[in-house]
Design a protein around this ligand. Structure first.
Ligand code: IMP
Ligand code: MG
Length: 184
């Protein structure tokens, strides 16, 4: 079985992603020059983006990960999105850049209170960098400081993004064939 056979369309090629990640790395390097910078990736989706992004950053940079419980319809209305894996180190006086794979409705970042939580640890600043932004789907306002690409309202996989735990390892970002997720 070849993973690529399940892809209907490639939205962003490896080359397009690599070029944009380089640009983001250069911009972040300029903006954080002379500052104590730590990237905080949200597992698991942001792991691949973060791995490429840190290598495109030309100033000293640390990184760590958090994991946030995913929400179903119930947890969402109850407002229970929890941090299920926390950082290992102190953030005091550090400049934190949260790295996310995609901001869709905005519920994950808002309901987890992740940004508020990180700020309360006396970080010098807390900002957000997302590889993908689907603004047409937004239900909760989220301030994003760095965006890789805007994408239309399609479910995408690859480069860390999954469908039912699969397809994260694809090196590009694509749209699944409808039959893969039981569509028409
Ligand atoms: P939000 O809470 O709706 O903003 O969704 C954010 C999270 O949902 C992301 O971190 C992803 O894990 C997941 N997600 C949203 N849209 C997609 C998609 O198109 N493909 C894969 N995962 C997605
Ligand atoms: Mg995610």
């Amino acid at each position: 079985m070849n993973l690529r056979d399940d892809i209907a369309q490639i939205l962003l090629t490896e080359e397009q992603i690599a070029t944009r990640v380089k640009e983001l790395g250069q911009q972040i390097s300029r903006d954080y020059e002379g500052k104590d910078l730590i990237l905080v990736g949200i597992l698991k989706g942001a792991a691949i983006f973060l791995a490429d992004l840190v290598r495109a950053i030309e100033i000293p940079v640390a990184y760590d990960f958090v994991a946030i419980s995913s929400y179903g319809a119930d947890s969402r209305s109850a407002g229970v999105v929890r941090i299920i894996k926390d950082l290992d180190e102190s953030l005091v006086s550090k400049h934190v850049l949260v790295v996310e794979d995609i901001v869709d409705t905005g519920w994950t970042l808002r309901l987890s209170y992740l940004l508020e939580n990180l700020r309360s640890r006396k970080a010098a600043s807390v900002r957000v960098c997302t590889l993908l932004d689907k603004p047409s789907r937004r239900e909760m306002g989220v301030k994003i400081d760095y965006t890789g690409f805007l994408v239309e309202d399609k479910y995408v996989v690859g480069y860390g993004l999954d469908y039912a735990g699969e397809y994260r390892s694809l090196p590009f970002i694509g749209v699944l064939k409808p039959e893969v997720y039981g569509g028409g």
